[in-house]
Design a protein around this ligand. Structure first.
Ligand code: KG4
Ligand code: ZN
Length: 346
């Protein structure tokens, strides 16, 4: 079973060939970070244009590295949502063109299902049921994963995603985009108790597993306005304190949700899952709670085509084959049908 996965939902053009939903034969990622860096964030129109230029060379390289041709594939999977509309359309239209030309089945994949199933590429991969935390630049959500294809939202951010908070705080501090890695590196030298940044207390029924990071971002801004942009050890201390204020609620609520739902396994996913303190604190708290933690290797945390091929393989096995009027669905929430914000591709 060979599936090609294509990912163009944000600022990475990626493609990969995966065997049996378990083994990546290739994993090619062309990042646009250098293009967006000078603007301090992703510029959607530039992202679309660059996907157009990169998508076919990236697919060709993924096939070549895997040593296969389009004819050898059993299906072609593509991220069809959520993401930037123009960026998604490039992948969706390309996949449709390839399927039309080769008569291969087409599978539309939810990007978050991709993140959750990236862990399947590990040798020691967990089977559902498990609790999944997807924490990236666009998402911060907990999912009750009962089976492949059965993803129930348990909680999510009320405002900024954790990665977005990292990127915005980095900008305030004059650090390069994306801000996760530079803050993570500086935080290693700093004291995480130096500044008592606030944790959001979200009240209301069923809100215990929701997150909020905009207050934290504002608190960092207020600190910088009052004290000036920090340098040297003060900068490291601020980064460490901010990082702790992100990792603390993420780990606490993930463990709480796992315990409430009776999950013995917890899977971390998404770009922010690469964060060293989040990995460390989650491991510590999971151990204490008797929950088994599965951490993807760093290269599988950020966007890639292999995770889309894995999720596409499972969707294919479930019979979720799309036809050629597959839409890009920029607001598609995992666990919900892709209505009503469908956007028909031209
Ligand atoms: O999953 P991803 O590649 O794209 C989205 O689907 O959003 O995640 C990108 C996000 C960015 O916000 C980036 O700053 C963050 O992941 N990130 C990190 C680290 N590495 C990447 N955040 C914290 N610590 C890191 N080491
Ligand atoms: Zn992502």
């Amino acid at each position: 079973m060979l599936v090609l996965g294509i990912e163009t939902s944000c600022d990475e053009t990626a493609a990969s060939v995966v065997r049996d939903g378990r083994v990546a034969l290739s994993d090619v990622v062309s990042s646009q970070i250098d293009i967006h860096r000078r603007y301090g964030g992703v510029v959607p129109e530039l992202a679309s244009r660059n996907h157009v230029m990169q998508v076919m060379p990236v697919i060709e390289e993924a096939l070549a590295v895997a040593g296969v041709t389009l004819d050898d594939l059993d299906a072609i999977a593509v991220t069809s949502g959520p993401g930037l509309i123009g960026a998604l359309l490039v992948g969706v239209q390309t996949a449709k063109g390839l399927c039309l030309a080769t008569n291969k089945p087409l599978v539309g994949v939810n990007h978050l299902e991709g993140h959750l199933l990236a862990i399947r590429l590990l040798e020691d991969a967990p089977e559902p049921p498990f609790l999944g935390l997807v924490v990236s630049g666009g998402h911060t959500s907990l999912f009750d994963v009962r089976a492949f294809g059965d993803y129930r939202p348990v909680g999510s951010t009320r405002d900024d995603a954790a990665g977005e908070a990292y990127d915005k705080v980095a900008k305030m501090l004059g650090l390069p985009y994306p801000g996760g890695l530079p803050i993570d590196r500086l935080a290693k030298e700093g004291n995480r108790r130096a500044i008592a940044f606030p944790r959001a207390h979200i009240r209301g029924e069923g809100a215990e597993c929701d997150f909020s990071f905009s207050g934290l971002k504002t608190a960092v801004r207020a600190w910088v306005e009052k004290n000036g942009r920090p340098e040297g050890s003060a900068l490291s201390d601020l980064c460490a304190s901010f990082q702790e204020a992100v990792a603390d609620p993420l780990t606490k609520k993930a463990i709480l949700a796992a315990q409430r739902l009776g999950h013995r396994r917890l899977v971390l996913a998404g770009g922010v899952a690469a964060n060293s303190r989040l990995r460390e604190l989650m491991a510590e708290r999971a151990r204490k709670a008797g929950v088994e933690l599965f951490l993807p290797p760093i290269r599988l945390c950020t966007d890639n085509g292999a995770m889309i091929a894995v999720a596409g393989t499972h969707a294919f096995w479930r019979g979720e084959i799309a036809d050629l009027d597959l839409c890009a669905t920029p607001g598609w929430q995992l666990g919900h049908a892709p209505e009503p914000r469908r956007v028909k591709s031209p």
